[in-house]
Write a protein that binds this ligand. Structure first.
Ligand SMILES: C[S@@+](CC[C@H](N)C(=O)[O-])C[C@H]1O[C@@H](n2cnc3c(N)ncnc32)[C@H](O)[C@@H]1O
Length: 190
């Protein structure tokens, strides 16, 4: 069986059309992340979820009172499906966008929450992951946090992260056999 091309939008559009009635969370879900996530947000926080897919993270954050959630994905299919499903949540946004060239102003967000989107970019070429992370830091306010949930080990992630900040923590989650990592990065003042 061949490995799908995770960097090909056609793969994701097809997958999301087939899953149009369901949700799916890669690696971790809101339940397993909430203790890390909720202390980082307030009701006024602006949160960016790059490569949101059909995860429930945005919706559950919204239900907990953080309503300014900006979901972006390069799959027009998933953005259409999710924006329809959540059309009642007026402060939550859904936009088709490539995470390597975000159209938001600099220093706009309080938190960027990447769950396995950088993993996808790292499947192909490291420069795309570097570009995406640089974009996350551009749109993050000074002192803001970027939470990356990833199966990639510190050996792979730390060289990438250290291009953006020296202020970060790493927490291992998941199982012994299939560990995940939560990288919590802070944008430094200068
Ligand atoms: C592994 S899935 C993770 C989905 C979701 N974040 C989750 O945790 O369940 C990767 C997601 O990134 C999106 N994606 C991949 N490359 C992208 C890019 N260059 N720009 C925007 N989205 C991208 C895919 O469409 C897919 O929804």
């Amino acid at each position: 069986m061949s490995i799908p091309n995770y960097c090909d939008v056609k793969y994701w559009n097809k997958r999301y059309r087939e899953q149009s009635k369901t949700t799916f969370d890669w690696l971790e879900d809101f339940g397993s992340l909430k203790d890390y996530l909720l202390p980082l947000v307030s009701s006024e926080s602006k949160v960016l979820i790059p490569g949101c897919g059909n995860s429930q993270l945005g919706e559950l954050l919204y239900q907990k009172g953080t309503e300014k959630v900006f979901n972006v994905d390069f799959s027009e299919s998933v953005i259409e499906i999710m924006s329809q499903a959540h059309r009642d949540k007026l402060r939550m946004k859904w936009e088709v966008m490539d995470v390597q060239s975000l159209s938001y102003p600099s220093e706009y967000f309080d938190l960027v929450l990447d769950k396995s989107t950088l993993d996808t970019l790292l499947c192909e070429v490291k420069p795309s992951a570097e570009l995406a992370l640089a974009q996350y830091f551009r749109v993050l306010r000074k002192g803001g946090k970027c939470l990356i949930v990833s199966f990639n080990e510190p050996e792979t992630m730390l060289p990438l992260i250290s291009q953006q900040t020296r202020t970060f923590t790493v927490t291992q989650t998941g199982s012994e056999a299939f560990p995940n990592y939560i990288y919590c990065l802070q944008k430094e003042a200068e």
